[in-house]
Design a binder for this molecule. Structure first.
Ligand code: OFO
Length: 165
């Protein structure tokens, strides 16, 4: 059985993951409008992944006989600047999510809730991977000053990301 404080914090995380999904969907739309179909595809897959992150929390709360509380999802921006700026914003957002996951782990430990602490490990690893991916893409995009073909080549590469279904 989930303690009230833990349940509240997990519900808050559902909202953050849903916002992440919304944010990346907005980036996908922005990329489409900028004529970057590979970026648009990558962010759309990312949006679906974030939805899955929210659903994992949703299922966990239900499995623990808790109560899911869905909160209002904030409106994301419509414009994200250059390709590199967009990925910088992605990385900053993921760093914010990582801090949030770490706080959840701290809370689970403080509440002596081992089941939730071990459930959260999946997110800890996922965050490491996501931050790494974003950093790699930023590094490639930074080559843009030196090579004007970087954006189209990264676009082609991002187009290859496998879809979730
Ligand atoms: Fe982008 O990661 Fe969710 O948790």
């Amino acid at each position: 059985m989930l303690k009230e404080k833990m349940q509240e914090a997990l519900n808050e995380q559902i909202n953050k993951e849903m916002y992440s999904s919304y944010l990346y969907l907005a980036m996908s739309a922005y990329s489409s409008s900028a004529g970057l179909p590979g970026f648009a595809h990558w962010f759309r897959v990312q949006a679906e992944e974030e939805n899955m992150h929210a659903m994992r929390l949703f299922d966990y709360i239900n499995d623990q006989d808790g109560r899911v509380k869905l909160k209002e999802i904030k409106e994301p921006p419509m414009d994200f600047g250059t390709a590199v700026e967009m990925f910088q914003q992605t990385l900053e957002h993921e760093q914010f999510i990582t801090r949030s996951i770490n706080e959840l782990v701290e809370l689970a430990n403080a509440e002596k809730d081992d089941t939730t602490a071990s459930f959260l490990q999946w997110y800890v690893e996922e965050q490491e991977e996501e931050e790494e991916n974003d950093k790699e893409i930023i590094a490639k995009l930074r080559g843009v000053d030196k090579n004007e073909y970087v954006i189209p080549s990264v676009d082609q590469e991002l187009a290859k990301r496998p879809s979730l279904r």
